[in-house]
Ligand binder design. Structure first.
Ligand code: FES
Length: 109
């Protein structure tokens, strides 16, 4: 469900980085996983956002510069190549401006 109260917005893209859904509102102080859940976007999570399960992997396609840097736990679950390609744990991502992300299927995680 989309809301008009957001300060920034999220775009979801497909594997080819084409937008498939846009203008999801994001709360700046909330991590990306919680924002996805608030918006009713299906995500994978087994640890409840504690950076343990690594099931919440997403790829930030644009707007990396508006997100916090990867935390130590992400460097455990993601390779340097994945980090360089924008892969993150959604539960550890905080954004300050609009971003677009790719949401992998469960089989891709
Ligand atoms: S929800 Fe488990 S690592 Fe993010």
């Amino acid at each position: 469900m989309k809301s008009s109260s957001a300060l920034i917005s999220l775009t979801i893209v497909d594997k080819n980085h084409c937008a498939i859904d846009t203008d999801y509102p994001l709360e700046k102080g909330q991590n990306l996983l919680k924002n996805l859940l608030i918006n009713g976007i299906k995500t994978h999570s087994k640890c409840g956002g504690k950076a343990i399960c690594s099931h919440c992997k997403i790829q930030v396609i644009s707007g990396h510069q508006y997100c916090n840097n990867p935390v130590a736990e992400e460097k455990i679950h993601l390779t340097k190549q994945q980090l360089d390609q924008g892969w993150r744990l959604a539960c550890q991502v905080f954004c300050l401006k609009n971003i677009s992300i790719y949401l992998p299927s469960h089989d891709e995680i």
